[in-house]
Write a protein that binds this ligand. Structure first.
Ligand SMILES: CC(C)(COP(=O)(O)OP(=O)(O)OC[C@H]1O[C@@H](n2cnc3c(N)ncnc32)[C@H](O)[C@@H]1OP(=O)(O)O)[C@@H](O)C(=O)NCCC(=O)NCCS
Length: 326
């Protein structure tokens, strides 16, 4: 049976770091409040003028190098992002050009913080159907330049970054065992950016009247996230027949340590099996899981044959899970 196996990982975090203490100079908040409520200590910030595709291309190059393949071997490049450089064309097309993936089809997927799981499910279907052999997924989001620093609920949560994985068709036992994607658009107003799309176009003559900030109902979102994370993780276990004891590593979307540990407790996942890097990286939207996977590889926490459970939740609302035999 053909499976999509992860053959390389990579990441890029811009060098500039904004600590909670730095943030407290700009926003009415404290390091203690942020750490207690979210687990975040710092976030990376892209340089002025950079776009998500610049971060994504760096992560893509690292994943291609770690897989030891030629960029021209890539059949398809999917960028999961909700902060593409332009409304069009896609960030994927820009990354395709930057890394020299000349033969690759390229498109973006926007499922907010669940984007990486959605992209995995697409790549998995392509590979199992025999349409593509080698697929590069890049999660890239640049949030700090669109945060309103007077909105302390959202200003503290996000960072910039990109992560990438290379998947290749493989006839062995390793690779993606299942993916699950779900959505409920009825709750889209719990987290959204009203202006800048087709409904509230930004023009010179209307910009003063627009609300350009991110709107978030933190508490409601928190409850939805815990439930959706739990349901998505359970679905992955039910579909594959594995139990928590079989799982070597649980890699959740990094939104908030309180969400992550509530879910882990609910599912009886011991803390040593939960991957957390939100303290250093914050919420990088669609990039959190591929960055976490690359960190886990570099820290020696993933060995061939390990079962890895990935779970995400985000604006939309969207959520999903994947089970991988590493
Ligand atoms: C945003 C979040 C950290 C806020 O934590 P919370 O415990 O729910 O806090 P609340 O919103 O109830 O606010 C509690 C108080 O803290 C204040 N507060 C909010 N942000 C603050 C900040 N950055 N610093 C200090 N105080 C803050 C509020 O104004 C409120 O004050 P009040 O009681 O005087 O009105 C939390 O709701 C959360 O993480 N939600 C999920 C967000 C998320 O993950 N989004 C991405 C999804 S992928």
């Amino acid at each position: 049976m053909t499976r999509a196996r992860i053959i390389g990982t990579g990441q890029y975090l811009p060098p500039k770091i904004l600590t909670n203490h730095d943030l407290a100079q700009m926003v009415d908040t404290t390091d203690e409040w942020i750490q207690q409520r979210t687990g975040i200590r710092q976030r990376h910030v892209a340089e002025e003028g950079a776009g998500s595709s610049d971060l994504g291309a760096e992560a893509a190059r690292a994943a291609i190098a770690s897989a030891g393949i030629d960029a021209a071997d890539i059949d398809c490049l999917i960028c999961c992002t909700m902060t593409s450089d332009y409304l069009f064309p896609s960030a994927a097309c820009l990354i395709q050009h930057k890394v020299g993936a000349k033969r690759a089809a390229a498109f973006d997927v926007n499922a907010a913080c669940s984007g990486f799981i959605y992209a995995l499910s697409i790549a998995d279907a392509y590979i199992r159907a025999g349409m593509h052999k080698t697929v590069l997924i890049v999660g890239a989001d640049l949030m700090t330049n669109r945060l309103s620093w007077d909105r302390r609920d959202t200003a503290i949560l996000f960072g910039d970054g990109a992560g990438a994985v290379l998947l290749r068709a493989d006839d062995g036992d390793r690779g993606l065992l299942m993916t699950h994607t779900a959505a409920d658009g009825g709750f889209h107003e719990l987290l959204y950016l009203p202006a800048g799309g087709s409904k509230q176009v930004i023009r010179c003559d209307n910009v003063d009247g627009l609300d350009l900030g991110i709107v978030m109902s933190g508490r409601d979102l928190f409850k939805k996230a815990v439930n959706a994370f739990g349901a998505a993780a359970q679905k992955a276990l039910d579909d594959t027949g594995f139990t928590i004891d079989d799982i070597a590593l649980f890699v959740p979307h990094q939104a908030n340590t309180r969400i992550i540990y509530s879910v882990a407790e609910r599912l009886s996942i011991p803390r040593e099996k939960v991957f957390v890097n939100i303290d250093r990286v914050a919420n990088t939207v669609a990039a959190t899981i591929p960055i976490a996977l690359d960190d886990a590889v570099k820290e020696g926490r993933l060995n061939a044959g390990d079962l890895v459970l990935l779970v995400a939740f985000g604006a939309g609302l969207t959520w999903g899970s994947a089970m991988v035999r590493w």
